[in-house]
Every structure is written in C-alpha cells, then in structure tokens.
Ligand binder design. Structure first.
Ligand code: ASP
Length: 340
C-alpha cells in the first residue's frame, strides 16, 4: 500500500526558478512539480499537491497563514498519512513552532522544508530537501507513523521544529537545534533517532487549537539600553525579555523599579537568553535576582521563536485552565526542557 502525502506549497525560494534571460527569480506553478522533478514519480508514496493561491515570501506569513495550514491539516487528517509543508526559510522556525502548539494529539508527520537556492537552479539544495522530506513524511512502521510531531528537514538533518532557528542566510545547512538532538539524518542510510522523537499523550484525539494572540512583545536587552522605554507599553500582555547569558540584566535599582511597574500593570514577563545554546538559570548570578523579585517566568532553554509563538498561543487562551506562568513553564510538545 502506498502512503499518501499532502504537499502544501506556501511559497519561498524553493518554488522559484531563474529566468536565465533576465536573471531574476519567479515563482513557478507547483502543480507542475511532477514534470519539473520526474524523480517524484519514483517515490514509494503518492503525493498530492495543494498550493497557496499566491505563493508567499515567508516574511509575509503569520497567524492567519498558521491557522490556514492547521485547518488544512485538520480537514485532510484522515485522508493522508503525512503532510509536507514547503515554506520560505526566513520564518520557517516560527511557523513550525506555532503549528506544534496548534496541532494537538498529532499522530502523523508534519514536515516543513524549503531551500536556500530555487528548485530551478543548477546547484539547488531543493531536490534533496524535498525528496527526503517526503520520505520522512511517509515513514511508517507497523502501521504507525514514525514521526508524530512537527519537524523541519533541511540539508540532511531532521529537527524538532520548535527547537530550531535559522542561523545562516548563506550556507545550505541553514538551521540548527542547539538545545535538542536531531531526530534523524540522511547519509548513505536514512536514519531516525527514535529515542528523541516526541509522542503525544496516549488516548488524545487529534484536534486543533488555533488560538493566537498578538499582544506579545519581544525585546532584546543591550548594554546601555534605556529601560524606561519599556515603561509605557500599551496593549501588551506578555513581554519577552531576551537578556544576557544565563539570565542577567543591569543590577541598578531603576531596573527593579521599572520591571516592577510593568508587572503591576498585569504584564507577564518571560525571560529568554541571547545565547543560542544553553539557557536561563535564575540565581546563578546576582544580576539575575531581580527576576525572582518581580515574579517573572524563566524561558529555560526555549528558542526565541518558540517562546514568542508559545506566548501568542497561551495568552488569553481559554482552553488552558492553569495560569499563564504555569502553562508556559510546562513542556507542551517538546519545546522546553523541564529538568534544568
Ligand atoms: N525570503 C525567502 C522566504 O523566506 C527566503 C527563502 O525561502 O529561503 O520566503
């Protein structure tokens, strides 16, 4: 029996070709992918294509498109064995993180991929990314999907989506997952690291929760920054502060006073690190004590992309019965280490 994969083409470099006369890039009709890449017909799975009406640069994608993708997966969940989302690379980690929170009790693979060079380019990385992603999106063992989470496949590696960040605009290996091991790797053999795969709570039926709030602000602290800029925040319910190292900030009284005032307005403060690997450890240095005093939330080893989309998903979401702080600290779908 051939497994069925729904390929959702949203846009990005992967779906472009070069007009060799003018030298510029243009999107091509993804419905014709089988003509462009006859190799796809040799795959052991059957591929069905759904294209966004207008392919998008991923910098234009956001909550509306995340919801569209979640709904598309929900409507087609029973019909297909796996889902492959072709997406621009710039915001892929945000979309993969957001989708990981929206898809509840997922028991089928949802793989994101894209490419650094267009599929129509001679040196493209798109073909390998696309073909191997299809392999992971249709991988089953004993009638059970091997990958049951939102993942990103890129340049020979399969990552947990909500642990990734795009760290290179130049190299083919554009993504990294510094705080969580890879889920699989493609070499001579296509490998899967079973012990690192996420599994939803058993008995949980697949459903979607597309709640997203836009009342979240992300702010990077820098030496010499005037914290008073943060005093007059309006409409913000959650402020994510990206602070130094393992969780330090200026030790001045003013810092305490300003952060206290922000908290008194009912704004939650989540603290994440500017370091790409490692995470927040309150109390390690005196300069992190202020966060304990004002009752802020440690983002531990979560990525900025995941912290932002998790906060957007939790803010004002009635489906979560515990407080924002408690829900944020919980490991919902493998995005945060709780034993740090
Ligand atoms: N700007 C493009 C995008 O994110 C880059 C890419 O696809 O690689 O849509």
């Amino acid at each position: 029996m051939k497994r069925k994969v729904l390929l959702i083409y949203t846009g990005g470099t992967i779906g472009m070709e070069k007009d060799y006369e003018t030298g510029s890039l243009r999107a091509f009709d993804f419905g014709n992918i089988f003509e462009k890449m006859p190799e796809m017909n040799l795959m052991e799975c059957e591929v069905f294509v759904h294209s966004f009406t207008v392919p998008m640069d991923s910098s234009d994608m956001g909550p509306m498109e995340w919801k569209m993708i979640a709904e598309l997966i929900f409507e087609n969940y029973k019909k297909y064995d796996g889902f492959l989302i072709l997406h621009g690379t710039d915001t892929m980690s945000y979309s993969a993180s957001a989708l990981s929170f929206m898809l509840k009790g997922l028991q089928k693979p949802v793989i994101f991929t894209g490419s650094q060079l267009p599929i129509g380019d001679l040196r493209t990385d798109a073909k390998e990314n696309l073909l191997t992603s299809l392999y992971y999106a249709s991988l089953y063992e004993n009638d059970e999907a091997v990958v049951q989470e939102v993942a990103i496949y890129f340049e020979y590696k399969l990552f947990r989506g909500n642990r990734t960040l795009k760290y290179s605009a130049e190299y083919f290996d554009a993504y990294d997952s510094p705080n969580f091991p890879i889920l699989g790797q493609s070499g001579v053999h296509l490998k899967i690291e079973k012990e690192h795969l996420f599994r939803p709570d058993s008995g949980l039926e697949f459903s979607i929760d597309t709640h997203i709030s836009e009342e979240v602000l992300f702010w990077r602290i820098f030496p010499g920054m005037k914290l008073s800029f943060l005093e007059n925040l309006s409409e913000v319910k959650v402020l994510i502060l990206q602070v130094f190292g393992s969780g330090t900030i200026f030790s001045t009284n003013e810092t305490l006073e300003i952060l206290k005032k922000i908290r008194e307005k009912g704004i939650e403060i989540v603290v994440v690190s500017q370091c790409i690997s490692g995470g927040i450890s309150f109390g390690k240095y005196e300069n992190s004590n202020v966060f304990g005093k004002i009752g802020s939330i440690s983002g531990r080893d979560i990525t900025a992309e995941s912290a932002i989309t998790k906060a957007m998903h939790l803010t004002g979401n009635k489906n979560y019965t515990s407080s924002f702080a408690e829900s944020f600290t919980k490991n919902i779908c493998g995005e945060i280490s709780v034993d740090l």
